[in-house]
Design a protein around this ligand. Structure first.
Ligand code: ATP
Ligand code: MG
Length: 249
């Protein structure tokens, strides 16, 4: 099933002489159980695209359907609910609260879902255990490695059990080992829990984790290719699919 359907998506920042045409008509489908890597040079429109898909930035025109629900053109007030029910975000900078323990950082995300008190504590502990941080519940972000912080960010993104996870450069700041742990985790979330996962990256160390690699160039999709392990059935719906892994980042 399609988790995300983007059709002719256009985003222009500003207007007139100084307008920046960040997305110039992007088409993209992302399926359940799929880990998609989104590649592209700096400024090509990657963050803009996932921000619109995630309902935190409005599009100029085009369509974006999240699990059957059109979000472009919806009033701003409707977006938070759709976001909360469907999307987990993982940002490169972790966005952890330094004065809160790892457990409390996850509890905050649960609070947004209406889960509070003892229930939230228990649930936060479960989520942190799932990302391998059972021993670090009471630890503050300053005492965690980059990979561990990233895993807290993932636990937080999972708080709402979102069917869609959007990650912007989740491994960029990490050593290879930590990066692989994060990608193992994301792959498991896609393949074993049927989530749709989009990972924006420049990191060629993680290309072999992709079910599909999509390249964006100057606001347009320039390549859309399945990786070898991709389930052929999923691919039937995508006319531009081929079985090659692109050689370049
Ligand atoms: N808020 C904004 N106002 C004006 N222009 C913006 C804004 N955000 C992004 N842009 C411009 O839109 C284009 C696409 O930016 P975007 O952040 O989506 O690129 P990116 O592919 O994520 O780049 P990077 O790899 O450096 O993170 C760039 O030219 C950028 O300068
Ligand atoms: Mg970016």
């Amino acid at each position: 099933m399609k988790a995300i359907e983007v059709v002719n998506l256009v985003k222009t920042y500003g207007a007139g002489e100084t307008a920046v045409h960040a997305l110039k008509g992007v088409d993209l489908d992302v399926f359940e159980s799929e880990l998609l890597l989104l590649l592209g040079a700096s400024g090509s429109g990657k963050t803009t695209l996932i921000s619109i898909v995630g309902g935190i930035l409005s599009a100029t025109s085009g369509n974006c359907v999240i699990r059957g629900r059109e979000i472009v053109g919806l009033p701003q007030s409707k977006l938070p609910k759709i976001r909360l029910e469907n999307i987990g975000f993982i940002f490169q900078g972790f966005n952890l609260f330094p004065a809160l323990t790892t457990q409390e950082n996850v509890e905050i995300a649960l609070d947004l879902k209406g889960v509070r008190g003892g229930k939230a504590k228990k649930r936060a502990a479960e989520l942190l255990e799932r990302v391998g941080l059972k021993e670090k519940l009471k630890t503050f972000p300053a005492d965690l490695s980059g990979g561990q912080k990233q895993r807290v960010a993932i636990a937080r993104a999972l708080a709402g059990e979102p069917p869609i996870i959007l990650a912007d450069e989740p491994t960029a700041a990490l050593d290879s080992e930590s990066g692989r742990l994060i990608m193992d985790l994301l792959q498991e979330l896609a393949h074993e829990q049927n989530r749709a996962i989009v990972v924006v990256t420049h990191d060629n160390r993680i290309f072999d984790y992709a079910d599909r690699i999509v390249k964006i160039e100057d606001g347009r999709i320039s390549k859309d290719e399945s990786n070898e392990q991709t389930d052929a059935a999923t691919w039937m719906a995508v006319p531009s699919a081929s079985v090659n892994i692109p050689q370049t980042a």
